[in-house]
Design a protein around this ligand. Sequence first.
Ligand code: C2E
Ligand code: CA
Ligand code: CA
Length: 729
Amino acid sequence: MYIEHQVIVNKFNVLLITSVYIGANFRIYSIITRGLAVFSDINVKVIIGLFCVSVLAFLSHRLGIVDTSYPIIINTIDKPKVLINSMYTDSSLDESDGILVECKLRKKEGYNFCGVGIPLTNGARNNGLDLREYNRLSAVIKYIVPENNAKLKISFRNFNDHYSNLVDKVSLKFNSISFNPNLHELPIIIPFDALQVDNWWVEQYRIDFSDSQVDLSNVSYLEILTDGMHNLGDYSIEIDSITLYGQLITEANLLKIILLIWLITVIFLVTFQHNILKKMSITDSLTGLYNRYGIAIWTNKKILSNFNRHQLYMFYFDLDDFKKVNDTYGHKVGDQLLIGFSHHVKKYLDSIENIQFKFARLSGDEFALVIYDLKENQIKKFAASLLGIIDSPILLEEHETYARASLGIAQLNQEVNTFDELLARADSAMYYAKKEGKNRFKIFNETVSQDIFFRKQIAEKIKNAIIDDQFYLNFMPIFDAKNLNMVSVEVLLRASDKTLQCIGPEVFIPIAEEYNLIKNIDLWVIEATFKQIKKELTVLKVTPIIFCINISAVELHNPHFVQKLIELMELYQIDAHDFELELTETSLVEADLMSVSTLQEIHSLGVNLTLDDFGTGYTAFSQLINYPVSCLKIDKSFIDNLHSADKTKSTMIKAILSIAESYNLKTVGEGVEYYEQYSFLTEQGCNMIQGYFFSKPISWEVLISKLNDPNEQKLRLEKVNNFSENFIK
Ligand code: C2E
Ligand code: CA
Ligand code: CA
């Protein structure tokens, strides 16, 4: 992202504009969120679809749409029928209109029969038709016999080897029913359930119990014949039609199949959903890249696999000044930039041959790239080209946008065994890249490692100092620029520990912030200051001064800070006007809704706020109105370089003072060491002066004695006068 600071200065006005060029319309939406919506939609559609199909199948079955029929007479017209008769029967067969069998029984003896065998196949006895899909038979049969209640027998015959007696080889199985056709209405419906295996067959062949069950799996013949002929005379069997009816599939089987399909579908959908969830759990929903969890799994797997460890590198990115984009242009624009950035980098990585990589968004504007297959001597070149690619224009909605990032790089080696350890190293290296001035890369090395060790040690010392109460306070006077009266003091932290003393708060306070120790320190400073104020109330009543207490930016996100402050104010009976809080301007650069609301809560207590180190952040002046601050403290760096040949610093100071005046804000010039700095600031209308020129930080005792000394102010005025005279000479 390209951020341009335009400082337009004229006599009356100063404009500090931070502008970021980003397209206005956004069409790229979260891939995964969309994907997920579609998938869950598919789930619902599949279930509804399957439900409809199941109901339809069931209804069609009930309505007989899947019924099947087999008209035996028609289907066997070309198959020669077999006349069944016996010795004393004169029989004839006429097939001209249906089947007509006529018999005359001359003598009753033994087995007398009259009937017809209809072959269902072309004579192959062993290979009959499978009639199991039929469940009933419909027949139109006229039966004329010389006796009452004469029965007719219909049999489906099987000729399988299985049903043969191995000795005589003539076995056949009769699945039969005997009935008097004349007692039924036409057509006669015979359910197959009513069929039985003929007793004589069961007895004669001494077969298994299971063979005595009806079996229609291979029927070679259908036989229709008299079930005994008890009277002499004419018998006739006229068969107009015989049709088998059934269902392609039984209802029970259909239900079983439907159930099975449901089961398979549910298993499929659950697996499908599981895979999506698994994918989601490792994917960043905004960019579609891996998320932290995903890349950690991949990297840890890779680390455990057998490969050349020295060729695996972690690149840890952090977009420079991304928070400013979010704050200034809103989260939508910020999101678009993140998506554009990730696609831009991914495209570049995809274009490189012979490398394996995984690119992930860890959180916010932090990305991690794990690369495998890079040689040590390629790293710097690769990092530089990566930064170059990042710096090249990103196309967002046809608008060109720029992003910049700081890169930290760490190599996998014997000392590093997990993704987290690798990331910690890359993170530390990135911290250095940022410290060294952003838009650059840093490879984790011995120096970085030693620095981490050093910071850890310092953090340990800070912890001990908190526990052992080894901190104390100094106070640095701040004077009214016009009359040089001491109006306030800045409370500064000091430690009795030798190392902490040596490095000073400038070094150890950021470490305390890094190691999350700052909240204890801030509260300790506030309480210690309040204690002192309460102790010296009589002196302070006579010569009142304001105590300016520094607090860390962290407190703006500390939900307990304001409550603690109120409790301490009540405990030590401190008035809101007795002290002020100083916050660095940079802490507001990252200010979000929570920070602003904390600031407002502090303000509503009546406590004034000063923006410290002003000019080093990027606050657009127009934004100042949104923050409840009452004072700007111009950063020491501007004052240090006030009289250098470069006039930008003095121009900046003038600009700040002018805008502060128009916003009705008080101003402090900090770090005033020389008379020239003092006189410039005073001339330009700076309200208050702080610096070694008048006083270094002093102890509480010295402060009280100075407050009690009526000559103090006079001495300062004399000092200024002396300088002024010398200066004129
Ligand atoms: P700061 O808030 O900007 O404090 C001003 C620093 O500039 C102090 O250094 C002060 O001694 C120094 N200074 C002021 N005028 C001059 C001058 O004319 N010449 C020189 N050479 N130095 C001058 P100190 O006390 O070392 O503090 C450094 C930083 O440590 C502070 O910068 C502040 O950010 C942090 N700090 C100090 N005390 C506290 C504290 O109680 N709480 C928190 N949160 N931070 C603190
Ligand atoms: Ca300060
Ligand atoms: Ca300062």
